[in-house]
Design a binder for this molecule. Structure first.
Ligand code: AMP
Ligand code: ZN
Length: 142
């Protein structure tokens, strides 16, 4: 596992800053986004510091996508959203704001007006915590 001392997501992996975890295994971590585009917005990351999809080794990308699908299924079961986007940004031009590879699991509401660059608006931490618990309860068994 290679982590970066100053990277905010590596700090979450190391437990140096708090997060609302929904899933963890030896290679990946999934947690709630604290500026949710919609309720239930989660992120899946590798426990390996790579900036983006271009530089991350295949095995870490594969593990991150498996975790993405796992939490997507749990979010789907928890919230039954109108739709769900799986989004991954590379570089400032794509509005990537955290330079550690991550995949967004983003539930959609009917006519929610959410644009691809949905902006960062802090969520209600009690609501986010409660949703993390509900999503964890719905994780698939395998
Ligand atoms: P992106 O803009 O695609 O790089 O996405 C980065 C995401 O990380 C944004 O949606 C932020 O809200 C989210 N984020 C940043 N810091 C934290 C944090 N400490 N805990 C949870 N989510 C975070
Ligand atoms: Zn990192």
């Amino acid at each position: 596992m290679t982590l970066d001392a100053s990277c905010i997501f590596c700090k979450i992996v190391r437990g140096e800053i708090p997060s609302f975890k929904v899933y963890e295994d030896d290679k990946t971590l999934a947690f709630m986004d604290i500026n949710p585009g919609n309720p239930g917005h989660c992120l899946a990351i590798p426990k390996f510091h790579s900036e983006n999809i271009f530089t991350a080794p295949d095995e870490w990308v594969a593990a991150t996508m498996a975790t993405t699908r796992r939490i997507a299924r749990a979010v789907q079961m928890t919230l039954m959203p109108y739709g769900m986007n799986i989004v991954q940004a590379n570089g400032p031009g794509a509005k990537q704001s955290v330079m550690h590879l991550h995949v967004h699991v983003l539930p959609r509401g009917r006519d929610d007006g959410l644009l691809l660059n949905w902006g960062l608006k802090p969520g209600n931490m009690d609501e986010i915590k409660a949703l993390a618990e509900r999503i964890r309860a719905n994780l698939p068994r395998n």
